[in-house]
Design a protein around this ligand. Sequence first.
Ligand code: AMP
Length: 163
Amino acid sequence: MGPLAPVGNLGKIALSHPESAMAQAYDPNNIFAKILRGEAPCVKVFEDETALAFMDIMPRGEGHVVVVPKIAARNILDIGPGDLARFMPAVQKVAMAAKQGLNAEGVKIEQYNESASGQTVFHLHFHILPRWTGVELRPPGGPIVAAEALRPVAEKIRAAIGA
Ligand code: AMP
């Protein structure tokens, strides 16, 4: 199992786990790969050598963040287990910070694999969804929220990561 790929190589590297019988082709032009390469904007929440976390542009609730690995994996079906293990602490870190920074009562983590499951962006990602009793999540594909409105929320989560 090789190390996690540098962001700049996302368009060139082999799949994380190419021997997987379930693997479908990774498209390096997906929007999250573009964000990882700095070719598309995002409202950043957290970054380390394994992961980038940013605000979901169509949030299903207050504080909806997506956490993506810095490796060319389409979803959980084709990432190598070692790469997945190195990446998952970032998911935990952002989930804890989102709950704390937004004073949420709970936090839901969702992750989809292939279209039939609801996946629309084919770069592995985990949805971090802070939850409050009696507050329903909106359905996916809702209205796009401007970066200016997402930034103050991201700042609260970032502050909790730094705390
Ligand atoms: P999924 O259905 O699990 O593939 O979710 C993809 C998520 O990516 C959705 O929640 C979208 O709102 C979100 N999304 C799509 N484009 C962007 C973008 N440019 N920046 C941030 N989030 C995005």
